[in-house]
Design a protein around this ligand. Structure first.
Ligand code: HEC
Ligand code: HEC
Length: 211
């Protein structure tokens, strides 16, 4: 019963936040509301797919630790190395003094077409805040961070779903991760799969592997 009530409230929350986005026609993502209660098992299966996305280089390379150094991954070998040219985002995570990330990573919604050029997105390129650390972290670590409002930018389940829709409406980093172009391997699955998984996982009250 409790779960059903939560699901209904969740569904309403999603409708409220997504309606304006769709009215503007900025995204063709479809928000499918759960009509039946979501089990913990379904939630965990969705989490495993979310973890595969979050830990993929297209996402984790910006979600890095307090050294503030973004990561490059060789697509052929899968090996990580620190960003070339001694790039350090500084505590701002926006770029070291005098050299913003966006100096090279321009802000543009145009497709990324040139291999080994600095990738770009529709919002200014920057590291994720240090609390959103994913690079090198386990499924349990990332799961506990993502459901902790103190460490995820103050978001509840509906907020995490809305974050994806908002990012996509701007041609932001999540949209880029699934369609990086320029010879880069995309994050696994599709953006629609990832949205569906986030809706399922949050509707199941965000279970984690160590619960
Ligand atoms: C260019 C760097 C960059 C890339 C690439 C990137 N992110 Fe982020 N991410 C950010 C920044 C900056 C924020 C903080 C923005 C905010 O909280 O509104 C953020 C915040 C988030 C958040 C909200 C807080 C949290 O960690 O729970 C989620 C979820 C997220 N990103 C998912 C992704 C996913 C999924 C991908 C890959 C498909 C991705 N990001 C790729 C920079 C990046
Ligand atoms: C001097 C130019 C320059 C600056 C400044 C710069 N970058 Fe880059 N960045 C590049 C280039 C070039 C690449 C692509 C390298 C390649 O593919 O071989 C790149 C690639 C990346 C990647 C790898 C993307 C992926 O997943 O394939 C990340 C992450 C990244 N940069 C983050 C940042 C962040 C964060 C900043 C600011 C702190 C920054 N960069 C500043 C030039 C720059």
């Amino acid at each position: 019963m409790n779960r059903i009530v939560k699901t209904v409230i969740f569904a309403l929350g999603v409708m409220c936040v997504t309606a304006p986005l769709f009215a503007e026609g900025e995204t063709d993502l479809v928000v499918t509301q759960p009509t039946t209660p979501i089990s913990t098992e379904q939630g965990m299966a969705a989490w495993d797919r979310i973890y595969a996305v979050a830990s993929h280089p297209r996402c984790a390379n910006c979600h890095v630790d307090a050294r503030n150094i973004p990561i490059w991954t060789d697509d052929a070998t899968g090996m990580d190395r620190v960003h070339g040219m001694h790039i350090n985002a500084g505590e701002s995570r926006l770029g070291a003094e005098g050299l913003m990330c966006a100096t090279c990573h321009m802000t543009s919604t145009r497709p990324n077409t040139i291999e080994h050029a600095p990738p770009h997105a529709g919002i200014p390129w920057q590291l994720a805040p240090v609390e959103f650390l994913w690079h090198g972290q386990s499924s349990v670590d990332i799961c506990e961070q993502m459901r902790d409002a103190d460490r995820n930018g103050g978001r509840d389940g509906a907020g995490l779903v809305e974050h994806i829709l908002h990012d996509v409406s701007l041609g932001g980093f999540i949209a880029w991760g699934f369609n990086p172009g320029a010879g880069r391997e995309p994050a696994p699955g599709t953006l629609q799969n990832h949205l569906d998984d986030m809706i399922t996982w949050t509707a199941a009250s965000m279970p984690c592997p160590n619960d």
